[in-house]
Design a protein around this ligand. Structure first.
Ligand SMILES: NC(=O)c1ccc[n+]([C@@H]2O[C@H](COP(=O)([O-])OP(=O)(O)OC[C@H]3O[C@@H](n4cnc5c(N)ncnc54)[C@H](O)[C@@H]3O)[C@@H](O)[C@H]2O)c1
Length: 467
């Protein structure tokens, strides 16, 4: 059931009588139908009427309609227009290109463009590595999507994916001063995506793959990593895995358990689940039991794709079979990146003492967090309206800042784990069951992640050169 929030905020412009009670009547009418009033501005006035902009958070289009109807029903009040503030924010897009150099006179032109620029081109032709020093490549990342798995909206295509990719680019800039650019491709063919990204790579110092459906995303990422000399990172996989690992480290501190003694159930073996499992295994948990739509993943299953087979071969040491509910019995940790409403408090009660439950399916988690709290010691979700939000913004800006600063050519698990530790460490002594990850607006996060990733990337380069 959606609740009013800033993601759906409307401004209603009304004509109202200039009476002393007008403001109270208008705000009461909005409140009575459940709108959350956030602003009230008188934008015009004369002897007969006032013009008021009323801004409110609503839950849905129907709810917005209820508010308009309630305002129109007031004596002497007439709604002039209703604006959706989210759409207003997206008008004309959310990004622009702006030059970093002054172009005030002929001399400036001769240096920024021809003829002066030719010498810079020649320098790069002679030494291609100079592109990182002398062009936007130094600080630019491509946010590449084919629009096949956008948010929870599914395969809506590249044009419809663009607002998300623009938003992602805006977050890169805001949190880590990375110049990211959306690249939405009008193809969902694996070979064509790989070929296209290869062809556009010279401009970029990193590739952030985004909202590309599993299992295609695994092959695209692996082959691009193989073919390109810049890091390739699929945020839906590794951004999620980093923040989950950070949250898990701190959750286990809260319940005073060692990962080596924990059995972890991971529900969902798609983009997010697979990456979480791979990183989790690097921490040597007692066991990981993966569950997907067909139940517990085990080596006896038929028709597994290479990703699922890898997971089957590296998890479930006891060869469990059955359902998620069976997997949960006796488990220490549940990590869900799968589907809504898969279990209830009674299944949490079957877990080991002080269980940790991360129910991250969006927008509706695997278990209602309030229900989970009945038996779980720590609960996290992907939602911003509950404590402990697992949000990839904690990871990807700092990860790319660190990679760019290190001039990294690739990315490995050590860098992902370094990023996870950095996110976890920011919490420090503020740790408690409702604060296992820092706020996304904590200014310490991105620099800490960047530093950790840079140092791990430089270490990896040094190790390679030493060989
Ligand atoms: N930060 C976050 O909170 C965060 C990050 C990434 C993904 N997610 C959420 O996790 C979910 C999965 O994302 P994804 O990109 O990995 O999707 P995906 O489509 O790649 O994978 C989904 C997986 O869930 C499994 N699944 C589906 N129904 C199931 C069921 N009833 N029981 C058990 N498993 C089931 C599928 O078999 C598949 O393995 C989405 O809801 C997404 O919004 C949250």
């Amino acid at each position: 059931m959606p609740v009013p929030g800033p993601g759906y905020s409307i401004t209603v412009r009304v004509d109202a009588p200039p009476s002393a009670s007008a403001a109270g009547d208008l705000t009461t009418a909005v409140g009575k139908v459940g709108g959350v009033l956030t602003a009230f501005d008188v934008v015009g006035s004369d002897a007969d009427a006032i013009v008021v902009d009323i801004t409110a958070n609503v839950a849905s289009a129907d709810h917005a309609e209820d508010i308009t109807t309630a305002l129109n029903a007031l004596p002497g009040v007439q709604v002039r227009k209703v604006s959706d503030r989210t759409f207003l924010m997206h008008l004309g897009g959310k990004l622009e290109v702006s030059p970093k150099v002054a172009l005030k006179n002929r001399d400036d032109l001769s240096r920024a463009y021809t003829p002066g620029v030719a010498r810079v081109c020649q320098a790069i032709a002679a030494n291609p590595e100079d592109a990182r020093r002398l062009t936007i490549k130094r600080n630019t990342v491509a946010v590449v999507s084919d629009g096949s798995a956008v948010l929870g909206l599914g395969n809506i295509g590249p044009g419809a994916a663009l607002p998300v990719m623009e938003g992602k680019a805006a977050l890169f800039k805001k949190f880590a001063d990375v110049d990211a650019w959306p690249v939405c491709l009008d193809t969902q063919d694996t070979e064509e995506i790989i070929r296209t990204v290869r062809a556009l790579a010279p401009v970029y110092a990193g590739i952030n793959l985004e909202d590309i459906a599993a299992p295609r995303c695994f092959e695209i990422e692996a082959r691009l990593r193989d073919q390109l000399d810049i890091p390739v990172f699929h945020d839906d996989q590794h951004g999620t895995a980093i923040v989950v690992m950070a949250a898990l480290r701190n959750a286990l501190r809260v319940v005073e358990k060692d990962i080596e003694n924990c059995r972890v159930v991971v529900s969902g073996v798609g983009a997010a689940g697979s990456a979480i499992i791979r990183l989790l295994l690097r921490r040597n948990p007692a066991d990981v039991v993966a569950v997907d739509i067909d139940g517990i993943v085990h080596t006896g299953r038929n028709n597994m794709d290479p990703n699922l087979r890898w997971v089957a071969e590296h998890t479930n040491a006891d060869g469990m079979t059955g359902s998620l509910h069976e997997a949960l019995a006796g488990a220490d940790v549940f990590i869900g990146v799968s589907a809504p409403n898969l279990f209830g408090a009674e299944q949490v009660a079957t877990m080991n003492d002080d269980p940790v439950v991360f129910a991250l399916a969006n927008p509706d988690p695997e278990i209602d967090p309030i229900e989970a709290q009945q038996h779980a010691a720590v609960v996290a979700t992907g939602r911003s309206d509950y404590p402990n939000q697992i949000n990839n913004v904690l990871a990807f800006p700092g990860v790319f800042r660190g990679l760019l600063d290190a001039h990294a050519r690739d990315i490995d698990d050590e860098m992902l784990l370094a990023a996870a530790n950095a996110v976890a460490d920011v919490v420090d002594d503020r740790l408690n069951a409702s604060f296992i990850v820092p706020s996304v607006f904590d200014n310490a996060v991105a620099p800490a992640v960047a530093e950790a990733v840079k140092s791990a990337a430089m270490q990896a380069t040094g190790d390679k050169e030493a060989k």
